[in-house]
Design a protein around this ligand. Sequence first.
Ligand code: GDP
Ligand code: MN
Length: 384
Amino acid sequence: MDLYEHQARELLRENGVLVPRAEVVDSAGAARAAAERLGGRVVIKAQVKTGGRGKAGGVKLAEDPAAAELTARRILGMDIKGHTVHRVMVAEPAEVVREMYLGFTLDRAAGRFLAIASAEGGMEIEEVAARRPEAVARIAVDPAEGVTEAKAAEIAVAGGLPRETTGTIRRLWTVLTAHDALLVEVNPLVVTRDGAIVALDGKVTLDDNARFRQPSWDDDADDRARDPLEARAAAAGLGYVKLDGQVGVIGNGAGLVMSTLDVVAGRGARPADFLDIGGGASAQVMADGLSLVLDDPDVRSVLVNVFGGITACDAVADGIVRALDTVTLTKPLVVRLDGNNAARGRAILGQLAHPLVHQADTMDGAAARAAELAASAASDTSAA
Ligand code: GDP
Ligand code: MN
């Protein structure tokens, strides 16, 4: 899970990294009030989970509270790389003498963390890294040893950062380890006119696998940044990803669902989603999943592809029947059941005798049918 800048800033601040005073607001009027509290002259920063906000016009200096209001009005609602700006951070401006780059990230291949440091931070860091990779130091960090004072000094020297940054380097490492982060990045880390080392922008990516021991993360999740169907799926505990096609895909087991997406694509259609009801899914989970996919306005046909194992096919069929008690089926449903209790599952669906429920014997046959039904639904709509 990526955090917003203001959430990352809070983690940095709690761990002793200097950050500018700031407030987060969701209206232009509130931005003006915040600017008044922060001394008038402020930086207005779009809060979206993507980088390059500066280049996209999402970071602007405002000279006084009235300008802060105008600027916030312009930035709120802005689209930055597909992310709508719902909130802005109003921050006290820093008097920047030097912009540096500092981050820690996981190097999966090496099984270590990597410290990345550069004396040439700021908005052009990607260009610097591409054109002059030697200007960006990459130092392996053994997670068992951590970042000692000596290690911090090594990172600072390699990156060409002033000696005074070692405290900040160690604090960033603490943020990474204490919060189970995969990435902690500060760009720019600056030296201010009075010689302070301040984090002007922060990015933190948390490791979702650590959620079980980080209960506070649920408070960080922001449904506004999510697809509404994905938010609903998360609340129901379903593994769901919205895609941009028309064939709704439901299966059990991530591998089977992935290959179902491929087979649908092989039949010339595009999947509308990835939905894994999981290995031990109950009839209720199947019912929840089906009603979710049917509620997606982009879906023109639904393909249920289940290989019964721990989840037997008759439970899946029961789930479909149960879903149809509460949802009116308006789109064709193609079901392929195989494996544990397949015959019983097929019989349950056969008895249902619903005109929009089709059964197929093979995965490819089911995908072909679902693709065909989605295409004819599309031509029906365009004819209407
Ligand atoms: P990003 O473009 O999404 O990485 O957003 P940043 O928060 O890094 O802001 C973009 C750039 O704006 C930074 O690289 C800084 O150069 C500049 N900037 C942001 N806040 C301040 C500030 O308080 N003072 C000054 N002088 N520059 C700032
Ligand atoms: Mn930045």
